[in-house]
Design a protein around this ligand. Structure first.
Ligand code: ADP
Length: 450
């Protein structure tokens, strides 16, 4: 256990590991990472989309015409223009380099695809079947090992210490042996978001009270609290991304495509209660208003055959299958008579082309092709867009815009990059781009203040 370090990185997710690696690549020799969980990876390991980047060599190879300006516009539009323009500019301008950097340390982001909210193919993924998160975490772990950067697992940072002038002097942490302090001039806060802290979520966004989460249990917002104690400002803290249909046992998100391709939502009483294609917030609130705050996503074989994602859910064992609607009701515990009536009525409305109950615009199929399927679905908190206020060098800022010397932050713990809504593929860009900048900035700070 080191008594002191040049740079202490708090959190071994994508942002923290990128920061530590970048600092070491720039010459820092005494970097340590604290991680409260028994493994590295945080939420990053759950990322399945990819890394959005513009003007990359892979886009050029594929003849995709993209620009940093277009990536900027898409991101601002996706974030409803609440984003910090400086941070978004920094994000896009460093995105191509982020792809090259990941590849240079042994990763693989060489396939480019299309994703929601992007005007062109921009999301970069591994060339094999591995998901982006596990690939990144494996790559980072190996690189940290090679660089000899210690990651202290099951070690939770509890407080960041500053002197009377507000300069960082150390980090207090706790492991199985108790509390200890590591002296340091520079801290990179990379603790991730607070989606798994239901109390904090409800405090900043009361309408999300009682929501479950898709996040790992460590996403509890410790970093926000430690930063607040040092007088850090917050940006867009109430901006929280949710998903209306998540399986409560596995935290699997049923893609919106299931409803888009025809599925309906019914409650335990076997009744529909909302236009299933309404916006995420409306559908989420409607589900929360049902008994137990839960609903069933019900669909037939026609929907199943239209969407490959459904095979994944079936293989995961989270979908109930039955040859008849009656049997589906028996297996799920949904009210049998009501479910039969609901399905009959829906088929009639579908044939007539009008949802006289909830005004659903598109009813793709009559939901009458057996076997039938149902998956338990609840709304869940997915990503916290807001967080600690930073500038484009990742210096943590007070509410008045002044810096806290030696204090840097990157990744989901920060606010401003995503505005009111994060586009798929932008979280991974965020952690690599700003993680690297944080490592670089912290290293420079230590050199300048040595
Ligand atoms: P990001 O995507 O911003 O890198 P992640 O969720 O992937 O965020 O990673 C954040 C990491 O920080 C997680 O592994 C989490 O367990 C860790 N962490 C959170 N709070 C603390 C803390 N108080 N001390 C040490 N590690 C922490």
């Amino acid at each position: 256990k080191p008594q002191s370090a040049d740079i202490v990185v708090i959190g071994a997710g994508g942002a923290g590991m990128s920061a530590a690696i970048e600092a070491a690549q720039n010459g820092a020799t005494n970097v340590v990472i604290l991680e409260k969980m028994p493994i590295t990876g945080g939420n990053t390991v759950r990322a399945t989309g990819g890394l959005n980047a513009s003007e990359t060599k892979y886009q050029k190879r594929d003849g995709i015409e993209d620009s940093n300006e277009l990536f900027y516009e898409d991101t601002m539009k996706g974030g409803k223009n609440l984003n910090d323009p400086e941070l978004v500019k920094t994000l896009v301008e460093n995105s191509a380099q982020a792809v090259d950097w990941v590849n240079s340390i042994g990763g693989d982001l060489s396939v480019v695809g299309q994703f929601g909210g992007a005007s062109v193919k921009r999301i970069h993924r591994p060339s094999d079947t591995s998901a982006v998160g596990p690939m990144l975490v494996k790559t980072f772990n190996a690189k940290l090992d090679k660089l000899g950067i210690p990651v202290l697992l099951e070690t939770r940072a509890t407080r960041i210490i500053a002197d009377k002038d507000g300069r960082i002097t150390g980090v207090e942490a706790e492991d199985e042996n108790g509390i200890f302090v590591i002296g340091t001039k520079a801290v990179v806060l990379a603790t991730g978001g607070f989606s798994a802290n239901s109390q904090m979520v409800a405090e900043y966004a009361p309408q999300l009270k009682g929501f479950i989460t898709t996040n790992h249990v460590g996403a509890t917002g410790d970093g926000i609290e430690m930063a607040l104690e040092l007088g850090a400002g917050l940006k867009d803290i109430e901006q929280i991304q949710t998903h209306p249909t998540v399986n409560p046992d596995t935290a699997t998100m049923y893609t919106e495509g299931v409803r888009g391709n025809g599925a309906i939502l019914v409650n335990d009483d076997g009744k529909r209660f909302v236009n299933e294609l309404d916006t995420r917030d409306v559908v989420s609130a409607a589900i929360m208003a049902q008994p137990k705050g839960e609903s069933w996503l019900v669909f037939d074989t026609a929907v199943r055959e239209s969407l490959s994602a459904i095979e994944k859910y079936i293989n995961e064992g989270i979908i109930v299958e039955a040859d008849s609607i009656k049997e589906l009701a028996q297996k799920t515990g949904i009210n049998e008579a009501n479910l039969v009536a609901t399905m009959e009525k829906y088929a009639q409305m579908q044939a007539a082309g009008q949802d006289s109950e909830f005004g659903r615009k598109s009813m793709e199929v009559p939901l009458s092709k057996p076997p039938y399927f149902a998956g338990l679905a609840k709304p869940a908190v997915h990503h916290t867009m807001g967080g600690v206020k930073i500038n484009k060098e990742t210096q943590v800022l007070k509410e008045d815009g002044s810096v806290i010397p030696g204090f840097f932050a990157a990744g989901e713990v920060t606010g401003g990059v995503h505005g009111a809504n994060r586009l798929g593929g932008n979280a991974v860009t965020d952690i690599v781009v700003f993680g690297r900048i944080a490592g670089d900035s912290a290293n420079k700070y230590v050199l300048d203040n040595g």
